[in-house]
Design a protein around this ligand. Structure first.
Ligand code: UGA
Length: 432
């Protein structure tokens, strides 16, 4: 099939490359010329393990094309995916839909025969109705169908998530269009993905409800972890014990710092706004938002206790600052609150992250980037493991730190408390 992806951000690029890898011809369009030039030179603008190889392979076999020419791509394609960003509106919590509406308006000019317009961007319920109205201003209804097909890709795992999805959700009432999209996704359905077709609004809401539910699961276990710390229970046993109930499931029950990233915080806030707009109080969602922002304060309080309230002049090593491993993404990472707080209190911070130095900290005095674990930890009074990158799972702390009294705060529970204590470390973790 011939496909057009509008927007070569995270979703557009990953999905476009993977669709090409399934044998389709994919036109990836973006109005950012620099980005397109970069991609045509073989450079990948985002950090995603495995993506570069797939892009290269499909680019060389001429199935994956990068250009700014929307007109040409729309004319040549049967299916057009809108994959532009939906950031939070400035000063508001609702999703900013201007890029989606711009894309709809632009592409509508070039519809020359029947096209399936698929919205893959995360958008509030009923956005598809507005997209349809925008296109109707220029083209007759029989020339297009607007569909919702949300993505469920995780950063750092996006290729695997695309290739082996749990489900493919199509929001559309037109049977012919559903069949066409089913055949596009056929290779994935054959591998076991569930194909769910529902209403357009239904698909839009499934995306938000899924992210909100996962965020709720994390906040839930994080609060249980707080109780575990007070009652001497190991939160990991609680997660395992709960997860063994198939109705609950074991995934997304890992306690840690507050959840972050470009999706959960933004989407959950937008869902709460949608609830208010429709006069439906989504009180659980609102509590989760509050619980997650309180969590950042709780972690800071814990660090204060670990350091007996003496933060000034302490050398603190922070291992990992991204919101999760295998990404360079800093958006809504709890480290953005943590490091500046410690710095303001007079600590000297050396951080190391495998994805490199972060501009977010570059202007802050006494926060320095180190090139490896050893460099960050050598003089540390406290080592904080913030993100669970693989290379932090097997650290020989005796080798990396010269300080015999070094304290370790493992926010991802990567080490066994009893083993660390036996080795003589002052070791703190989450919910144990
Ligand atoms: C999330 C969803 O998992 C994807 O299904 C969805 O497609 C995506 O948002 C999106 O809407 O585009 P992502 O933001 O990449 O994906 O990251 P997750 O792996 O879900 O992690 C989010 C946050 O939750 C991270 O800060 C992570 O450390 C935290 N987390 C996750 C926990 O603290 N505990 C867990 O058990 C799982």
């Amino acid at each position: 099939m011939k496909i057009c992806m509008i927007g070569v951000g995270y979703v557009g690029l990953v999905s476009g490359a993977c669709f090409a890898d399934l044998g389709n011809t994919v036109y990836c369009i973006d109005n950012n010329q620099d980005k397109i030039d970069m991609l045509n030179m073989g450079k990948i603008p985002i950090y995603e393990p495995g993506l570069s190889e797939i892009v290269k392979k499909n680019y060389l076999s001429n199935r994956l094309k990068f250009s700014t020419n929307l007109k040409d791509a729309v004319i040549k394609s049967d299916i057009i995916f809108i994959c532009v960003g939906t950031p939070s509106s400035k000063g508001k919590k609702s999703a900013n839909l201007k890029y989606v509406f711009n894309a709809a308006n632009e592409l509508s000019k070039y519809i020359n025969k029947f096209k399936i317009i698929v919205n893959k961007s995360t958008v509030p319920v009923s956005t598809g109705d507005i997209v349809e109205k925008i296109i109707l201003k220029k083209k007759k209804k029989k020339l297009f169908e607007v569909v919702s097909n949300p993505e469920f890709l995780r950063e750092g795992e996006a290729i695997r998530d695309f290739r082996f999805p749990d489900r493919i959700v199509i929001g559309c009432n037109n049977k012919k269009v559903i069949r066409k999209l089913e055949s596009l996704y056929d290779p994935l359905i054959k591998k076991g993905a569930f194909f769910l077709s529902t209403s357009r609004r239904g698909a839009e809401l499934i995306k938000y409800a899924s992210n909100a539910f996962l965020a709720t699961k994390i906040s839930f276990i994080n609060e249980i972890a707080n109780l575990c710390e007070k009652t001497g229970v190991n939160v990991e046993d609680v997660s395992i014990g709960m997860g063994l109930d198939k109705r609950i499931g074991s995934r997304f029950l890992r306690a840690g710092p507050a959840y972050g990233g470009s999706c959960f915080p933004k989407d959950i806030a937008a869902l709460a706004v949608t609830g208010d707009q429709y006069k439906t109080n989504l009180s659980i969602i609102k509590s989760v938002m509050k619980s997650n922002s309180n969590r950042k304060i709780l972690l800071i309080e814990r660090i204060k206790r670990i350091l007996s309230n003496k933060i000034k002049n302490k050398e603190i090593a922070v291992l990992g600052v991204t919101f999760k491993p295998n990404t360079d993404d800093m958006r809504q990472s709890s480290s953005l609150k943590l490091l500046p707080f410690l710095q303001k209190k007079g600590a000297k911070i050396n951080y190391y992250d495998p994805s490199g130095e972060k501009k977010e900290f570059s202007r802050l005095k006494n926060i320095s980037f180190c090139r490896n674990i050893k460099e960050a930890c050598k003089k540390a009074d406290l080592i904080i493991i913030h993100t669970e990158w693989d290379e932090f799972k097997t650290i020989d702390f005796k080798k990396v730190s010269k300080n015999k009294k070094v304290k370790i705060y493992d926010m991802r529970n990567l080490y066994s408390s009893s083993k660390m204590q036996k080795l003589g470390f002052l070791y703190y973790s989450i919910g144990r």
